[in-house]
Design a protein around this ligand. Structure first.
Ligand code: KIV
Ligand code: ZN
Length: 555
């Protein structure tokens, strides 16, 4: 990098808009959406989609609910042309969906694109030419007037050559993009758009779409919003114009730029699923749509099965949705951090069915987009006690007493630290099983029988201690108390029971009891044991044995 001062790059000039309105606005409705996956997205793929893949993708876009779909650049390649023809000839386009084609302002290309659209019910002809000073100077070597004339002439050709299709029943709408709009002087962009509008002659019932692309994202989102608000307030036929956005993501702020520009007055959004597109991509429509949804506005698009959408997208584009991608990424509903897990668990427990969504750290109910709750809490060395307890409860049904969370959390953390990787629920269960439920040495319970008489419980016990069989008896105010007293007659350390809890595990004939017992030994150890049995009394006796064996294992 160049050392400071950085003279190689320049700041982006702001827009003089002292009375800007967008900062005080909020969203009230969803925009019109237009998918450009099959054109802008597809042309950015190392291996563009085959016709079959494009057909599958088109069906997916229709299922999601897109009513405007840019299907290609039919004058640019035979595949694009054939694809457009197949959609029309095989009647694959629902009546309420408009297919859109992109074209440069050249007569023969316009004619060819219209051939591709012949017989369509509902179409949008998307014409573009580049307008920025650098494009004018470096690429086209054309003056402002020449650039404007190209756009106007192109519009007239579309009007002229589309007439037979319109006469034959096609609803033909028109979109014009001053490509590189955000790098164009605003007054000149306006001048070109006004001239194109003059040539097209839109009506209130059949508006012109003026698409104002951030072909390359150079500015911050607030400057983009100012540019859009400036255009919205200066267009002379705003009531006959749909102002459309088409952001790219070079600075990583395509979503923000689109959102602020919607507040600035735009009506329509072009973008792709998961932000596929040239360089850093086009706008990710999934994110903007679901951002609206999480503010209480239905986007009019259905992302209720985001996993399926992602699967088709990944297969057709051969791109991967990154794990941190908003809403769709593998890890976006997963918390590893202990404090986050704790907050999720507590707020989740308070979430009432039907009440406004209020789970901390998770801005959308994963179920709304077909994601599962299962992976919400995952355990690595950063995780806390609450997370481990959550996994044991949600995956395996163990409702550990609160005081036990810390103990098991520490144990699992040590294992995760040692392994240096995330622990799966099965591995967590394995540690729990090994550490608590399988603890049967050096003290082994062979037999336990208790009987109650006049409020006193007597027990007969057979144990092995360090491999030596012993028979014991004891009495107490309950089976656990009697067992503790029986063990008091052995060489085991003396201990007292501090707490006890139990619940059933599973349902019906398969149901078993699980019991958790916390003991304190005279050697200063306070720890838990756990036991499972079909007999609830035996589950708690096993839990005492588990606690003692764990205590004996401590140095
Ligand atoms: O990014 C862009 O400017 C485009 C236009 C053709 C609309 O894709
Ligand atoms: Zn683009």
């Amino acid at each position: 990098m160049q050392p400071a001062p950085v003279t190689k790059y320049r700041p982006f000039p702001p827009v003089a808009l002292p009375n800007r309105q967008w900062p005080d606005r909020t969203f009230t409705h969803a925009p019109i959406w237009c998918s450009v996956d099959l054109r802008d997205g597809n042309q950015a793929l190392a291996q563009p989609m085959s016709v079959d893949e494009k057909l599958e993708f088109f069906d997916l876009l229709v299922q999601i609910g897109f009513k405007e779909i840019e299907v290609g650049f039919p004058s640019a390649s035979q595949i694009e042309f054939d694809f457009c023809r197949r959609l029309i000839d095989e009647h694959r386009v629902p009546d309420d969906v408009a297919i859109q084609v992109l074209c440069q302002c050249r007569e023969e290309l316009i004619v060819r694109s219209l051939e591709a659209l012949r017989g369509a019910k509902n179409a949008i002809f998307h014409l573009y030419n580049s307008t920025s000073p650098k494009q004018r100077e470096y690429v086209f070597k054309a003056t402002r007037d020449e650039i404007k004339a190209i756009a106007v002439q192109g519009t007239k050709w579309v009007k002229q050559y589309a007439a037979p299709l319109v006469a034959a029943g096609t609803r033909m709408r028109f979109e014009y993009s001053p490509e590189s709009f955000t790098s164009t002087e605003l007054e000149f962009a306006l001048e070109v758009c006004e001239a194109v509008t003059d040539a097209w002659q839109p009506t209130a019932a059949d508006k012109i779409i003026l698409n104002l692309p951030a072909t390359v994202e150079y500015a911050t989102p607030n400057v983009h919003a100012d540019q859009i608000e400036w255009m919205c307030t200066h267009l002379s036929r705003r009531d006959r114009t749909i102002v459309s956005l088409h952001t790219h993501n070079d600075r990583g702020t395509g979503v923000a730029a689109t959102e602020l520009a919607l507040l600035a007055g735009a009506d329509r959004v072009e973008g792709t699923l998961f932000g596929n597109g040239e360089r850093t991509g086009n706008l990710d429509i999934v994110t903007v749509a679901l951002n609206l949804y999480t503010h209480g506005i239905h986007p009019g698009l259905d992302f209720g099965d985001i996993n399926r959408i992602r699967e088709i997208y990944e297969r057709c584009t051969r791109l991967e949705v990154p794990p941190r991608q908003p809403y769709a990424g593998e890890l976006v509903f997963t918390a590893f951090s202990g404090s986050h897990q704790d907050a999720i668990k507590k707020s989740w427990a308070l979430q009432q069915p039907g009440a406004p969504w209020d789970v901390l750290y998770i801005p959308i109910d994963p179920a709304d987009i077909g994601r599962s709750y299962k992976a919400i809490i995952r355990i690595n060395s950063q995780s806390g006690k609450g997370g481990v307890a959550y996994v044991l409860e949600n995956e395996f049904g163990f409702q550990l007493p609160k005081l036990m969370h810390k103990e098991i959390g520490r144990l699992i953390n040590d294992v995760a630290d040692e392994k240096g990787t995330e622990l799966t629920p099965a591995q967590i269960h394995e540690v729990f099983q090994r550490e608590y439920l399988d603890r049967t040495t050096p003290l082994t319970l062979e037999h336990f029988k208790a009987a109650e008489r006049d409020g006193t419980v007597s027990c007969e016990v057979s144990i092995k201690l360090d491999g030596r069989a012993q028979k014991l008896t004891g009495t107490g105010n309950g089976p656990i108390d009697a067992f503790v007293r029986a063990l008091g007659t052995t060489s085991l350390p003396k201990f007292e029971v501090l707490s006890y809890s139990e619940h059933s595990l599973g349902k019906g004939a398969e149901a078993r009891a699980v019991s958790y017992i916390q003991v304190k030994t005279d050697r200063g150890h306070t720890l838990y044991g756990a036991g499972i049995d079909t007999n609830i009394e035996l589950a708690s006796i096993k839990a005492v044995v588990s606690a003692l064996n764990r205590a004996l294992a401590k140095k």
